[in-house]
Unconditional design. Structure first.
Ligand SMILES: Cc1cc2nc3c(=O)[nH]c(=O)nc-3n(C[C@H](O)[C@H](O)[C@H](O)COP(=O)(O)OP(=O)(O)OC[C@H]3O[C@@H](n4cnc5c(N)ncnc54)[C@H](O)[C@@H]3O)c2cc1C
Length: 525
């Protein structure tokens, strides 16, 4: 309802109120592409069972989460570190605004994490994450991604005793129940995030378990119960080959606080409602996740790839929200006597926002469908190779696109677009920039793609995949596939610097073709 008009200021706020009200439509019901994508890749009976939950969560996200999430991101409500209790005993605990815990309770009550009890259904689980990502919400999406990666690596590698000890708590639906557990993952050290092979954190065997000593520089979700940590066992070789994967509990099995000492919480650009710390490990108790040999490979294949998919889901959810806010604003805001949507150049920007979001969404959902096929053990070797290539290219492409999307949506709102109280967009922009750095920077991912093309010839199955779309008349043309094929071959024989510099523009074109094919496939479905 509009506030009464003060006769001294006759300009009403009706248009702004109407704009905001129009952005509150159920995020699931307002997104036919999401429903179509799910219809394509989830069988009809399973989708019928899943839909009521998705519709309800779409409503909650659209109608109820805006204000609490905004509150948890305000300077005065950010998490704070409490190192000692009243009597000077070390507790290293993080205090959150009550709304943060309440949002977490709602999120963990959905199947987003519980769904991992029956692996291979991430298409539905990640639809929940996508709806939540309309708020940015790294505050909860990052813990979800970390917990998912931890569940999966335990399911794949841990011995039965460790699984029995940790998985029930990780899959528990009640965020505030004492038995509930959630995860974090710490790879990055001060001397290098991309260069994980330079990790110096040491692991020392003590009977059946391990002790860790050293530091980690970026530790998001430091409030978690379980930290997945990369560390180098004594005597292990240099580089990534010598790294093992360990789970460090916040509280040791004997009930004592573990040797994980939080130095400080970082004051961040984005994902601010979540606690990211700098941390010392001092004789910290740990379990190895499976054999320490091959630990890092498992972290990449399972944990990082899971996070890269989550990262893309977060990027596409933020893109959708940016598009929704800007499109509705352009219909309600007038300038020079017309709604700004009547200006051709504003309409062009809006069309660009929609098209960028649809392509990023479709490309990501095609990847998620592949991931489920891999998990279920029904993917072909060629599909496995396509996943390996696209998971890196897609993380790069969606995270870059999301920042462009947030910036262009802000432009549609003009000066109001820069104001934190006015809309979600400034926070989305800040979260998008963090999402660009997470889980591999652009250069590092493109360098990995280049190595995979050389070593594993992954372009062959990828181009075949595109070729099948082209033959079926789905989005991408046969000429595009042929041009990509020629250009990949040419790049791989160029000198080293030309390859490095040429890889990113080529990845852009490969991803454009992937997204066109994936979108056409959903629309044809
Ligand atoms: C808010 C936030 C939370 C985070 N939380 C976590 C966490 O919980 N756990 C965790 O492990 N990490 C976390 N990170 C760290 C993040 O994963 C790293 O920042 C990221 O991997 C990049 O590493 P770096 O910062 O050390 O950058 P660097 O590796 O130092 O890179 C700096 C620049 O150099 C470029 N570069 C590096 N190597 C190459 C190369 N070979 N070729 C070309 N260019 C190169 C990079 O692209 C980048 O532009 C977090 C980061 C942020 C911002």
């Amino acid at each position: 309802m509009s506030a009464p008009v003060d006769p001294r200021y006759p300009q009403t706020r009706d248009a702004l109120e109407a704009w905001r009200a129009s952005t509150r439509e159920n995020y699931y019901l307002a997104d036919p592409l999401l429903d179509r994508a799910l219809r394509r890749c989830v069988d009809a009976a399973a989708l019928e069972r899943a839909r009521p939950g998705l519709v309800e969560f779409g409503r909650v996200c659209a109608e109820e989460l805006d204000t609490p999430i905004r509150e948890t991101n305000r300077d005065e409500h950010l998490p704070t570190l409490r190192r000692f209790d009243d009597f000077g005993r070390r507790i290293d605990t993080v205090d959150f605004h009550p709304a943060y815990l309440d949002i977490g309770r709602r999120v963990y009550a959905t199947p987003v994490i519980q769904g991992y009890a029956a692996p291979g259904q991430e298409r539905v689980q990640l639809a929940y994450a996508y709806l939540l990502a309309h708020h940015g919400e790294g505050g909860h999406l990052c813990p979800l991604a970390c917990t998912s990666g931890l569940v999966k690596i335990l399911q794949a590698r841990a011995d039965e005793a460790l699984k029995a000890r940790l998985l029930p708590g990780l899959l528990h639906a009640d965020r505030v129940a004492p038995e509930h557990l959630h995860g974090a993952q710490f790879l990055t050290e001060i001397q290098g995030g991309s260069d994980v092979g330079a990790n110096a954190l040491r692991a020392r065997r003590e009977g059946e378990t391990w002790r860790l000593d050293g530091e980690k520089w970026f530790c998001s979700v430091i409030d978690a119960d379980l930290y997945l940590v990369t560390a180098r066992p004594e005597g292990a070789p240099e580089g990534t080959a010598g790294l093992g994967a360990f789970v460090v509990p916040r509280v040791r099995p004997d009930g004592a606080l573990n040797g994980v000492h939080v130095r400080r919480l970082k004051y961040k650009l984005g994902t601010r409602s979540m606690a990211s710390a700098e941390t010392d490990f001092i004789d910290a108790f740990a379990w190895a996740v499976g054999p320490v040999e091959g630990g890092f490979k498992a972290v990449v294949d399972i944990v990082l790839n899971t996070s890269r998919v989550y990262n893309a889901v977060a990027a596409t959810g933020m893109m959708r929200r940016a598009e929704l806010e800007a499109t509705a604003y352009a219909q309600h805001r007038t300038a020079f006597g017309r709604p700004i949507a009547a200006f051709a150049d504003v309409r062009q920007t809006l069309a660009g926002l929609r098209s960028r979001r649809e392509r990023a969404f479709a490309g990501t959902w095609a990847l998620i469908a592949l991931q489920d096929r891999l998990t279920l053990g029904v993917a072909s070797p060629a599909e496995r190779d396509v996943f390996r290539l696209v998971v890196n290219m897609n993380k790069y492409a969606t995270s870059r696109a999301a920042t462009d999307q947030a910036r262009e949506a802000i432009e549609v709102l003009g000066g109001n677009g820069a104001i934190e109280e006015f809309s979600v967009l400034p926070r989305l922009l800040r979260d998008c920039i963090v999402v660009e750095a997470w889980e591999g920077t652009h250069n590092v991912l493109c360098a990995q793609v280049l190595r995979d093309l050389h070593k594993l010839r992954l372009h062959a199955p990828f181009l075949d995949h595109l070729g099948r779309w082209a033959k079926a008349g789905l989005g991408v043309s046969e000429e595009t596939v042929e041009a990509l094929s020629n250009d990949v071959r040419a790049l791989l024989t160029a000198d080293a610097d030309t390859q490095t510099l040429g890889m990113r523009p080529l990845v852009d074109r490969m991803m454009a073709a992937w997204q066109e094919g994936a979108l056409a496939e959903i629309l044809a479905g």
